[in-house]
Ligand binder design. Sequence first.
Ligand SMILES: O=P(O)(O)O[C@@H]1C[C@H](O)[C@@H](CO)O1
Ligand SMILES: Nc1nc2[nH]cnc2c(=O)[nH]1
Length: 304
Amino acid sequence: MVASDMLHSNNNTHVPPPDHPVINPKNYDDLLTVVSAIRAQVDVPLEAEIGIICGSGLGVIGDQVENPIVIPYSKIPGFPVTNVPGHKGNLLFGTIAGKKVVCMQGRFHPYEHQMNTALCALPVRVMHQFGIKTMIVSNAAGGINKNFQYGDLMLIKDHIFLPGLAGHSPLIGLKDPRYGRLFTSLHDAYNKDLRNLAIAVANAKKMRLFEGVFVMSGGPQYESPAEVNMFKTVGADALGMSTCHEVIVARQCGITCLGFSLITNIANLNVENSVEVSHAEVLETAKEAGERASSFVCDIIANM
Ligand SMILES: O=P(O)(O)O[C@@H]1C[C@H](O)[C@@H](CO)O1
Ligand SMILES: Nc1nc2[nH]cnc2c(=O)[nH]1
């Protein structure tokens, strides 16, 4: 086993104390307590207009934040922590291209937290409390579309949220009206104007950029070839283990979303010549493509 494949022997520097209790994500007052705890960490007012979520190995996007205030997740009472290699576990406040941003340098995956998608999407609600109106979300994904190559970027135009369809929606059980509409519409989950802006930016940079449908499975195992074929049949172009629950919560909060996948591996479609998929490979591709992805995000923000 490669070191970076080991889930609990990781490169995170912020290991939480063992008694780090996590809040109830379905209690709105608990959310406000977390927000107050974050505000209490610094003596300057914290606010942001754009939220960013960095996918596996894409923490380099966070390195673009200027004059960052860095708050480790482990220092935020009630906040979950991540143990997945390639996710640093910091909340950053600062600017990109003169715009105020808050960046999650590392996310929470439902497979790490007993499929508690509401808890994993909690940071989106936190970022909303700090004022974000727009969210840029990224992930590392396996490519299904036959045109994809390692390191390609795919704008997410729509999603298939398999855990959500199977009863793991982050909106289940929310009773407090302050959360917003329970029956959230996903008709424009990945905003068309923002996608058009991203396409214009990619064209100006002469970058390869695709648009496609992202499917989220529960993980943490990668998909079997038969499963990949099933997802291909229903119209998916790329496969991951995150993002959909975050975007759903963002839409409930009224946040406009832009999402993209970095194609870190090619998903196996043929059982007879399938190859091993590993998180080490995912991180390796993300490392190679990270600078391109972060420059793309910065240019989008500059043009917003
Ligand atoms: O945080 P993301 O969704 O980018 O992470 C992907 C999905 C799994 O956590 C991991 C698999 O290699 O990368
Ligand atoms: N589900 C899933 N997530 C990924 N993240 C990076 N690659 C993959 C993949 O092939 N499948």
